[in-house]
Structures are given as C-alpha cells and as structure tokens.
Design a protein around this ligand. Structure first.
Ligand code: GUN
Length: 282
C-alpha cells in the first residue's frame, strides 16, 4: 500500500506558522488584508470564496469580499481593481475565475497590481516563473512542491509527467518540476497514446478533470501520484482524476481526494497574501 501524502497535515502546519507571523505583524500595528472579488453566481466559485474567508479568519487576515452581480461590466470591474490596487490597506487581490463571458479574463488579470497578485496570474508574474525569479507562485503548483518537499520526494533526474496544460496548474507545474531538475513531459487532451507517457513517469501529476481516469495499468510501479482532480463519482462522492483504490497498491506515494492537493492550494493562498504584505512593506 502506498504512503498517503497528507495535505491536511502539511497545510495545517503552514497555517499555524502563518498565524504566528500574522500575530507578530499585528503586534507591531500591521493588519494584513486580502480582497476577493467574485462576479455572478457560480456555485463552485461561491464555495471556494467561502473557504478563502474561513482560512483568512483562522489566520487573522482581514478578508474584504466583493460579490458583484452577473451583469457587472468589464469597466466596473476594472474600476474596482484600480481602486484596490491603489489602496494601501489591501495587500492581496484575487479575482475568482471563471468570470462571466462578457468580461475578458486576460484584461482583468493584467489589471491587477503584480505586487498584489496572490494568484500569480499577471503576465509579469508568469514570466518571472519562467525565469525562476518569482515573487509569487500559483497556489496549486506551489502547494504540490511543498508536499513533495515535506515527504522528501526528490525530483532530480526523475521522469515527471504532467497531464493538463492550463495556465493555473499544468504549465506552471511543469516549470517548477523543471526548475527542480526533473525531466518533464506535458500531456494534454490531444496527446496520442497517453499511457505510453504515464507508464514511464516516476512522478505523475494529473490535472484533467475526469473522474478516476488514471488506472493502475497506466502507471509505473512505485510511481509518485499527485492528483489535482476534484470530481464527483457515480454516487456523488468526491473523487480525483486518479482511481485511488485501483492504483494504491502499485504506487509508492499518493495524494488522496479530498485531503491531498486541495488544502495545500488554500494554504498557499494565505502564504502568498502574507508574502505580499511583506513585499509591500519593503
Ligand atoms: N478558479 C479556480 N481555481 C482558481 C484559482 O486558483 N484562482 C482563482 N482566482 N480562481 C480560480
């Protein structure tokens, strides 16, 4: 049986460490604030935003929430971001995605002050990740790197396959693994003979959004399996992109869903917010 990578445990340690930092900053009169903007009523987004509020409360970060109606114009949203960019009391700005179709995501993400861009989605921050000289890392890939480090999983020289090429997870994830000296392959929905690649992976990172897609015959013996998926199975139960029960005897480490990558994504957002405040103080 594989060793379970316990994201809840590692994320709790990160939050406790942050709580101490925030308390220390508060004692010298510094209040850290995160602005979270949500446009329209998308159910999953509302749950994510609620969780962000809970995390902020636990750590002692002030959460300024802006819930805007679906018919908000691009200009109105840009105005709000402009105001928050110039508000010294706001340290981090997060625009919850997806946005309604009439608003250009690209334009909005570009408008966030890069020093307050706790998602690391601004082109300037994306470029800095390519160069290995970054202010912030996107929350999910950064959380995964912390998990690998916590469990002493060395990436150097290892064959790493990332499935998924999104700007939020796949692309930055591949870049971080490369910076950690893995040999990286990115697979995606157009990849032919996917299992030819996955079967060679020492570290397999899966972000495709298909419930229980990865089976034991697709993985290498003793592989490390990182499951970024968050789906519902046929019984409505939360599950990942990997068929956990099918692969658990064959791999060496695996992240469960829930309780693996998800809590780390949340904890990293809090870490980025504290780091943003420290950056702005300098
Ligand atoms: N929607 C789904 N994931 C994310 C994320 O990491 N950040 C933001 N802003 N929106 C999301």
């Amino acid at each position: 049986m594989a060793q379970i990578i316990d994201g809840n445990l590692v994320a709790k340690q990160i939050r406790e460490n942050l709580k101490e930092k925030v308390e220390f900053l508060k004692s010298s009169g510094e209040q850290i604030s995160l602005a979270v903007i949500i446009v329209g009523d998308n159910n999953p987004s509302a749950v994510y935003v609620k969780n962000k509020r809970k995390d902020c409360e636990e750590i002692g970060i002030f959460s300024a929430e802006y819930a805007l109606p679906e018919n908000t114009t691009e200009e109105e949203l840009l105005d709000l971001i402009y105001t928050l960019n110039n508000d010294d009391k706001i340290n981090g700005i997060l625009v919850q995605l997806p946005l309604p179709k009439h608003i250009s995501e690209e334009k909005i993400l570009k408008s966030v002050n890069p020093l307050k861009d706790v998602d690391a989605f601004h082109p300037q921050n994306v470029g800095r990740i390519m160069l290995g000289d970054y202010l912030f890392l996107p929350c999910t890939p950064s959380g995964i790197m912390d998990l690998l480090q916590y469990y002493n999983i060395n990436c150097e020289g290892k064959s790493c396959v990332v499935i998924g090429r999104s700007n939020i997870v796949g692309k930055p994830m591949a870049m971080l693994m490369l910076q950690n000296n893995a040999t990286v392959t990115i697979c995606h929905s157009k990849t032919e003979n996917l299992s030819e690649y996955t079967k060679k992976a020492d570290i397999l990172i899966v972000a495709i959004g298909k419930a229980k897609y990865i089976k034991s015959d697709m993985i290498k013996e003793n592989a490390v399996i990182i499951d970024v998926g968050m789906n519902r199975d046929e019984n409505g139960k939360l599950c990942g992109d990997v068929d956990f029960d099918d692969v658990k005897e064959k791999c060496s480490f695996i992240t469960p869903v829930p309780g693996g990558v998800g809590p780390m994504t949340r904890a990293t957002l809090m870490k980025n917010t504290v780091n943003a405040a420290l950056l702005q103080k300098k």
